[in-house]
Design a protein around this ligand. Structure first.
Ligand code: SAM
Ligand code: DTB
Ligand code: SF4
Length: 328
């Protein structure tokens, strides 16, 4: 495993002829995984909207006029009911998301309680709650959280075009606390926000220089939501070519060969052929279920049909039997 990738080297991978890039990605994929298995994660927004941060892509920021209303923290019973449905449909990981800058007080305690119960449901647990202190990370580990999702979103240079209310360093600090407390990291970014190929290579370099690599790497294709700056401002008007998105997945696969690279947001509008090229590029994880946090995703039934056409299988649930409930 390499942790010393330079931006130039990664940019050179981006520039390979497409077929050569796909071949390299398949080689890396097959050396580390069953190339016909895809991990399924289901997302649930447990606290939607009203976020004080100014992430220019985000429909949940209170600063932009989008259709997303601010809601209260969801009740535990509702969350557990959604987790049960996800499990029945075949998800191996359940991820809860909150539109917070950081978790606080009683709400954090309530979320910890939810996590400890999801943990007993024979699924991997994941949460994305914003910035964490070292103490909060320790507490999440204690209640049984397996993964924490916290994205870098872009490379350090382009970051200032997207977010002003939280620094890149603060993101890295949160990731440090997650790692120090023995949880797995889910960390990736968004492409299609008007960044250059060099910026995309810079994002992948940031991820691939982490030692160890993030266990899950979500690559999101920007979902342009009406009312957010990325959908309204001329600076962000360009849309990303599909092949460039596929290349980003392939380069992530080659540089982080042991990680689950996730074909994340943006899948709702992708054709079956586009998605199959994403899998060929080494993506081996998806968000599964009809909703992401606030926007749509492919229906589970569509995914099942596509998997059948391509001969893909959902990855086995990795939760050890020692953690499984006896009467589940
Ligand atoms: N509030 C927490 C935070 O930002 O850390 C957690 C939830 S936040 C919505 C999780 C991630 O979703 C963001 O870091 C971003 O990468 C992704 N995301 C949000 N809106 C998106 C969009 N419109 N298109 C693609 N990805 C998006
Ligand atoms: C990630 O990288 N993508 C997910 C998850 N981690 C939390 C979120 C995508 C959000 C897309 C816009 C929405 O549905 O609000
Ligand atoms: Fe808030 Fe997270 Fe959206 Fe940023 S990405 S506005 S922190 S919910």
């Amino acid at each position: 495993m390499r942790y010393d990738w330079t931006i130039n080297e990664i940019e050179a991978l981006f520039e390979l002829p497409f077929n050569d890039l796909m071949f390299r990605a398949q080689q890396a994929h097959r050396a580390n995984f069953d190339a016909n298995e895809v991990q399924l994660s289901t997302l649930l927004s447990i606290k939607t909207g009203g976020c004080p941060e100014d992430c220019k892509y985000c429909p949940q920021s209170s600063r932009y006029n989008t259709d997303v209303e601010s809601e209260l923290l969801m009740k535990k019973d509702q969350v557990l009911a959604a987790a049960k449905i996800a499990k029945e449909k075949g998800a191996s990981r359940f991820c809860i998301g909150a539109a917070w800058r950081e978790p606080k007080g009683r709400a954090f305690e309530l979320v910890c309680d939810m996590i400890s119960e999801i943990r007993d449901m024979d699924m991997e647990t994941c949460a994305t709650l914003g910035m964490l202190t070292a103490e909060q990370a320790a507490h999440l580990k204690e209640v049984g959280l397996d993964y924490y999702n916290h994205n870098l979103d872009s490379d350090p240079e382009y970051y200032k075009e997207i977010i002003s209310t939280r620094t890149y360093e603060e993101r890295l600090d949160t990731l440090k606390h997650v790692r120090a407390n023995g949880m797995s990291i889910c960390c990736g970014g968004i492409v299609g926000m008007g960044e250059s190929r060099r910026h995309r290579a810079g994002l992948v370099a940031q991820l691939a220089r982490m030692n160890p690599h993030p266990e899950s790497v979500p690559i999101n294709m920007l979902v342009k939501v009406e009312g957010t700056p990325v959908a309204e401002d001329a600076q962000f008007a360009d849309t990303l070519d599909n092949f460039e998105f596929i290349r980003t997945l392939a380069v992530s696969r080659i540089t982080m060969p042991g990680s689950h690279v996730r074909l994340s947001a943006g899948r709702e509008t992708m054709s079956e052929e586009m998605q199959s090229l994403c899998f060929l590029a080494g993506a081996n994880s998806i968000f599964y279920g009809e909703k992401l946090l606030t926007t749509g995703n492919q229906d589970a039934e569509n995914d099942q049909k596509l998997f059948a056409k391509l001969g893909l299988r959902p990855m086995e649930n990795p939760v050890p039997s020692s953690r499984r409930m006896v009467n589940a």
